[in-house]
Design a binder for this molecule. Sequence first.
Ligand SMILES: NC(=O)c1ccc[n+]([C@@H]2O[C@H](COP(=O)([O-])OP(=O)(O)OC[C@H]3O[C@@H](n4cnc5c(N)ncnc54)[C@H](OP(=O)(O)O)[C@@H]3O)[C@@H](O)[C@H]2O)c1
Length: 490
Amino acid sequence: MVRVNLWALTEVTAAVLPGMVERRRGAIVNMGSASSEAIPSFPLSTMYAATKRYVAKFSRSLYVEYRSKGIDVQCQAPFFVATRIVPSAIRNNWLSPFLPTPDAYAAAATRWIGHGPLCSPTVAHQLLWCLAGVLPDAVHDWLRLREHRRLRTLSFQRIRAASATGRTKAKSAAEDDRSRAGMALHLSGSRGVYTATFSFRLLAYLALCLRQPRDLRRHYGAWAMVTGPTSGIGWSVALELASRGINLVLLDLDAANLQETSDMIKSRHAVTTKTVVFDLSLVGTPQGDESMRRLRAAIEGLDLGLLVNNAGVSKPSGAYLHEVDVEAWVKMVRVNLWALTEVTAAVLPGMVQRRRGAIVNMGSASSEAIPSFPLSNIYAATKRYVAKFSRSLYVEYRNKGVDVQCQAPFFVATRMVPRAIRDNWLSSFLPTPDAYAAAAMRWIGHGPLCSPTVGHQLLWCLARVLPDAVHDWLRLREHLRLRARLRSRE
Ligand SMILES: NC(=O)c1ccc[n+]([C@@H]2O[C@H](COP(=O)([O-])OP(=O)(O)OC[C@H]3O[C@@H](n4cnc5c(N)ncnc54)[C@H](OP(=O)(O)O)[C@@H]3O)[C@@H](O)[C@H]2O)c1
């Protein structure tokens, strides 16, 4: 799914862009989905929605990057269209009046090409989008999980008992009726719920900030795994966890760095460590499969309660998509989202069996607080995937005792951040990795998305005030300036 939905789309786009840039005209339409844009989570179809989230972010940043070069980039994000991708249970339920045929969709879609970075072309889908905007996220989460569980049960029943098709249909119809009645009830009460949620949001948030941090070892287990612990945030997070008496599985690509980190941690804290040498950019290759086997063997039988998916790469940055060898972008996709998905899938069965665990995925405010991130497009798109992936997993696994969270900081003072940013007005909002890690610990297990430090929370509020078009303009200007500085040093 990752290969088809996002990787191939990125490569094909990179292949056509140079010609379009040369001719100074062109349009690129990327098929996204309302499941990633109009709805906060899409449990039990987590990967699908996460890949589509990447597509939307990728398209928006490209739109900002290439507008001045005569190229219009757009993500079209429909709800369901009546094709074979849509299960028959959906074609027959209350959504059916909102289900255009592929022909009707295509006719509407062509009218939208070149008009803005994101659209849902048919009127019916625009209406659904407005309805979806009324419901609070928690209600969406609950409804989606219920609906998707029902769909899952239906498809299992069909597979198991093809001979009982008639009975299954009757049950499905009855459930649809119930679901329709339930939906009407939810919609009528939704405005009140929304107002109440909004009013209490600030209070709830303040309560979160003031709460006591969890005893992570007692709550989740005696072991944690940290990817990318040899520098920056990962290093500080590993030390914080060790200071709480948690044993560590450390995963990184350089054996010597890893050993040094492990020795240093053991010299400071009375914990046990294990190391796994794994170049995450090889995930999905035979060497990557071999490393994944070693990783599974290393965690087998451990009371692994915490996973911090921290490893990430941000280079190439300050570059247009068509300028850089596509292999470099693909490497970023592999490390930032593919490996994170595989490592998460490797630890989940144990956590589910023990009915406790926490997974922290490092996202970025560049994908969540800001509408586009031109010239670092793929980085922000991969982080967008991470946030959506985390939110859907949060909904899926909450009742199995596993807390999934995406942490999305603005800049933290590590080697990933260019000097030009460390020296500009943002420097007052730049926590050290140690300060970040200390704040991050307090948030584990508290909600699907957070930006742990107070300075970053303030920046997030400021970012909300600006309209998207202003953000786009500011980001492009700032990133072009950074690019010029980087190039002048080369
Ligand atoms: N710093 C920020 O401002 C900021 C802001 C938002 C989000 N984040 C996210 O926070 C996370 C940590 O960032 P950081 O600033 O601490 O970066 P960093 O100092 O560059 O650390 C990245 C870590 O990931 C490891 N890593 C990189 N590629 C790898 C690979 N192919 N296989 C295995 N390990 C690999 C690195 O190992 P080596 O040392 O061996 O290369 C290093 O330990 C990243 O996911 C980043 O996207 C950072």
